[in-house]
Design a protein around this ligand. Structure first.
Ligand SMILES: [Zn+2]
Length: 139
């Protein structure tokens, strides 16, 4: 078993757009935020100008508690970019507010990953002023 940790600064990082900037600004402050449609309640899978379900243009930014459970994962031993340290574990967390977060798991061994484990978000710097939300087992 191998301990999973955050990637060191120097990995490829996102370039915030005008639409996604509120997400990355909040991450830099240690807050996880998400959009929710004021019209139908849908949570789009990524920052958007319009609702993916009803087409409405009133998407509000909300603070997330940053907690949820592990829905799906994989462990990567052959990275897609040479700057990534292996192993790392991309995961899908079912966020308690009813949306999905695709991220990576840290703070446990790769052999201890279990479906449904309780997780919480923690932020780590990735370089270029970007802080990435990772998830770790909830204490
Ligand atoms: Zn909608």
């Amino acid at each position: 078993m191998t301990a999973l940790g955050p990637q060191p600064p120097g990995i490829p990082v996102p370039s915030p757009s005008p639409v996604s900037a509120p997400y990355w600004d909040a991450a830099r402050e240690g807050r996880l935020v998400y959009q929710k449609c004021a019209g139908c309640g849908h949570v789009p899978p990524r920052p958007s100008r319009r609702c993916w379900r009803c087409g409405g243009g009133e998407l509000k930014w909300l603070d997330s508690a940053g907690t949820g459970t592990l829905h799906s994962w994989t462990v990567v031993w052959r990275p897609q970019h040479p700057s990534f340290v292996t192993p790392y574990a991309p995961v899908v967390m079912a966020v308690d507010e009813g949306w999905w977060l695709v991220t990576a798991l840290v703070g446990c061994d790769d052999g201890d990953i279990r479906e449904g484990m309780a997780l919480e978000v923690q932020f780590h710097p990735a370089g270029g002023g970007i802080w990435l939300p990772y998830v770790a087992p909830r204490a």
